[in-house]
Structures are given as C-alpha cells and as structure tokens.
Design a binder for this molecule. Structure first.
Ligand code: FAD
Length: 438
C-alpha cells in the first residue's frame, strides 16, 4: 500500500545488508542497463557488485509492484545471484572518492566501496515543465503516477487525463487503464503528420511495429488528440479540471488526475562527480561505453534517452568492455547503431520547441516547488547561481533535480554544478562511516 502523506511504501521491500567493500567491477544502477552490464561482465568470470538506491532492482520500466519484483527483473536478478554477483539494494552512491572508491550510503551508514572498474547506469528522470496549476495535488509526472500506482496507490474509477508528448504517454495510459483508472484522454503535443512519419520509421526496426500494435490494442476506447496540450490546471485545493488547447481551440475537461510527461533527462550527477565529459546533456562515451575517465564506463539512458532495448544493448557492451572482452562487445555494435538511429528519429519527432512550453507560464507559476519560488521572482535574474542566492531556488529537498531542467527550458540556464554528497546526509550517517578494514 502506498502512503502518499509519508511518501513511503508500507510494504517491506527486499533489501540486504552490505557485504563486501571491494569488487572488480562495480555497477551503479540496477535498471535494465546495469543488470545487463552485470550479466555480461560476470559471464567472463569477473567479480561484480551492483548497487541501486531503490529498495528493489529493475529501474524505471521494470519497477517492482508493491513488494514484487517485475518478472523480467526477478529472472535477471536470480540469475545474477546464482552467478555470484553481489546485489545490494537501498544503497546510494553519494560521492566519488580518490583511489578508485565511491562513498556509498545504505541502512543509515556510509562506507567506501573499492573497484577496479565502474559502470555508471543511473538512467534518466522525468522532465517537468511548470504551467499554471502544476503543483496542485492530483497533477503528476506521467512516469511518476505510474510509479505510485506500482507502489500501491489506488486509482480505481479516477478520471485521468494523460498529456505531454512521446511514446511513454501510451505506455502510461495503457498501464493506468489496466489498473482500473478511467483514462478519458491522451493529449499528445505532436501533430498527426509527424506521428505518421515516425510510425513508418518504426517499420524498419524489427519488433517495434508489433509493440506499437499491442499498445494500440491496450489503449482502445481512450480518446486520443494530436496537436494538443494542457494550458493550465484548476481546482479548489486539488485538481478538478484541466484546460486543453487543440489546434488553437480551448476546452475544459473535468478530471481527478493529470499525468503529464514531456521528455526524460539523464541523471548526470554521478558521472559528473567522476569527472566524465558530457556532450549535449548526456555522458560522452565511446562505442565501447568508455567515458573520458579511465576505467569509468557508462551505459543506458545516461548516454542517450532511447528506450529499453538501447539501454539493454549498451549495458551488455559496457559489461563485456569492462571485462576487457572487446570481441564480445564488437558483436553488438551494429545492433546498437540501428537502435540509436531509431531513438534519434523518436527524439526528433517528439522534440518540443521551448518557446511553446514557455507560453503558458505566468508570473505566479511556481518554478521551484520545494522553496515555493514563482516565475516572476526569477525571470530577470542571470542564471541558476544568482537565482539560488536571491531566492533559494534549487536548494530544497530535491536539490534542483526538478527545477534545474525546468529552468533550462524556461530560461536556457545551464545546469548547476554538482557537489558531493549527492543527497543530504544526516550527521549520524556520516558518524557511522565504516572503513574498508572493519
Ligand atoms: C518515471 C519513468 C517511467 C518510465 N516508464 C516506462 C514505461 O512504462 N515503458 C517504457 O518503455 N519506458 C519507460 N521509461 C523509460 C525507461 O526508463 C527506460 O526505457 C529504461 O528503464 C532505462 O533503463 P536504464 O537502466 O538506462 O535506467 P533506469 O531504468 O532509470 O535505471 C537506473 C537505476 O539507477 C539507480 N540509481 C540512480 N542514481 C543512483 C545512485 N546515485 N546510486 C545508486 N543507484 C542509483 C536508479 O534507482 C535506477 O534503478 C520510464 C522512465 C521514467 C523516468
């Protein structure tokens, strides 16, 4: 059962005490890319450790439902454990330390983990774009609502609008419908012609067309509008309706929940701490997934937000490559290249002009919800640092993870510098620091 008030799952999740503090290959992130990397690296006899900050492995797409790992994650995790891979859930990498070590946080303790090579697979998160009413209870990120429902949040009979752009909207709408939600509309920002062009390009990728047909079946009966987006959300203390524009015509729709998804943005905090070069808001890795820092590799959506299959293939390449078996990695490069081409065409189809996204914002629209900072207070400032000093924007609980990318869209501000520790630590957690020799 999910308890919204405490923001915690009431179910006991699977987690294990930390065992070893030294490993040959450390994988940070146990989503599809990290699990595939661990599988490939361990197949060459390497000693592998996977850590994930979530209480259960599987990342975003294979997120556990209540206390149950998803079927795919479960099979992979069991096979990895059988192969001797150490799997540590509820363990966050909070800093990179000298001498090939990270500082990890788990069960209220901090400790170093030493590695020979590290594969960073920390994935991506949702891009939030502020609009009037986006902080009302009932308004969620599309993936965020899906994650809450997987945690036990009950949506039976709730009237839901899914809006924004990209194929994730269809996956989310299908899931919410399956879980008893009354999904009344999918409002897709992109126009019909572009969607048809994208559909035709999907024909060239084996399996994609079938996947699309499956999804179509699952969302049958839900109204679908193109060239359509949410202008604002209204309600007295909680969401009760949204105003949508469709081909320049406005209409009001009564609803209980809005699931809105723009794009995903790579979680670059960990690779930034390692000093990896970035390019176009992603890690700049070569085709063998090696970053600019020796013995540091990266895989999955921190390299390119391109969906499950691309993350899996990159994970495998990174695992072979970290195990110094470039031959095995080479065999996967052509497939990765095909998937990258498809992912780029997907990105171009659903790319939204920032100018469009800014249109709905007013002076009162909250930009930083942790510190309650409205657009009007920051719009004339010069950058993220000035806004931080003047208003505390980006200094709350989320440490700029939500408003950072929002400010990039709204003002074109560069993302702010990343400093360790990545998450606020309690004094007791630092005091409980365990050295390698303990
Ligand atoms: C909210 C959300 C919902 C999504 N839902 C769908 C869907 O329904 N269908 C679909 O096709 N695609 C979905 N996607 C896209 C999906 O994420 C990818 O296709 C795929 O999961 C990417 O795999 P990955 O391994 O690269 O990253 P992820 O799956 O994101 O895995 C990254 C892992 O790294 C861990 N991590 C991050 N930082 C740290 C740290 N500092 N220390 C330790 N661990 C860390 C995270 O907990 C996570 O488990 C969703 C994406 C998001 C953001």
């Amino acid at each position: 059962m999910y308890d919204l008030a405490s923001n915690r799952s009431q179910t006991a999740w699977r987690s294990k005490p930390v065992a070893k503090k030294k490993t040959e290959i450390l994988v940070i992130g146990g989503g599809p890319a990290g699990l595939a990397a661990a599988e490939a690296a361990s197949s060459h006899g390497k000693q592998v450790t996977v850590i994930d900050e979530n209480p259960a492995f599987g990342g975003q797409i294979w997120r556990a439902e209540k206390s149950e790992l998803s079927e795919k994650a479960k099979n992979l995790v069991e096979a990895l454990e059988k192969n001797g891979v150490e799997m540590i859930a509820s363990c966050t990498c909070v800093a990179s330390l000298p001498d090939k070590r990270i500082l990890a946080l788990s069960n209220g303790k901090t400790f170093p983990i030493r590695y020979d090579k590290v594969i960073i697979a920390t994935g991506a998160r949702e891009q939030f774009v502020p609009f009037p009413g986006w902080t009302l209870p009932g308004v969620f990120g599309a993936g965020g609502l899906q994650a809450l429902v997987k945690g036990g949040y009950d949506i039976s009979g709730k009237r839901i609008v899914v809006a924004g752009t990209g194929p994730l909207l269809l996956a989310v709408a299908a899931y919410l419908k399956k879980k008893g939600g009354n999904v009344i509309l999918i409002a897709e920002r992109t126009d019909l012609l572009s969607l048809i062009g994208f559909g035709l390009s999907a024909l060239r990728v084996p399996g994609k067309w079938r996947e699309a047909l499956e999804l179509r079946k699952e969302i049958r009966g839900i109204s679908y509008m193109t060239s359509s987006s949410v202008l604002w959300a209204d309600g007295n203390g909680k969401l009760s309706r949204v105003t949508i524009t469709n081909d320049n015509e406005e209409s009001e729709i009564e609803c209980d929940l809005l699931a809105i998804g723009w794009h995903l943005v790579p979680n670059l905090e960990v690779p930034t701490l390692f000093g990896c070069d970035l390019l176009a808001c992603a890690v700049n890795a070569d085709e063998y997934m090696r970053t600019s820092v020796e013995d540091v590799l990266s895989a999955g959506e921190i390299n390119f937000v391109g969906g499950l299959e691309l993350s899996l293939i990159e994970g495998k390449i990174a695992g072979h490559s970290a195990a110094e078996n470039l031959e095995a990695a080479r065999g996967l490069l052509a497939k990765r290249s095909r998937l990258l081409t498809f992912a780029s065409s997907m990105l171009n189809t659903f790319l939204t002009d920032p100018e469009e996204l800014r249109k709905a914002v007013t002076n009162d629209t909250i930009v930083c919800r942790c510190e309650d900072v409205p657009y009007g207070r920051v719009k004339d400032l010069k950058g993220f640092n000035e806004a931080k000093l003047e208003t505390r924007l980006g200094m709350g609980q989320c440490q700029g993870r939500v408003c950072g990318s929002a400010c990039e869209v709204l003002f074109g501000w560069e993302a702010n510098s990343v400093r360790p520790p990545l998450v606020p630590l309690k004094i007791s957690e630092l005091a409980n620091f365990e050295t390698e020799n303990k």
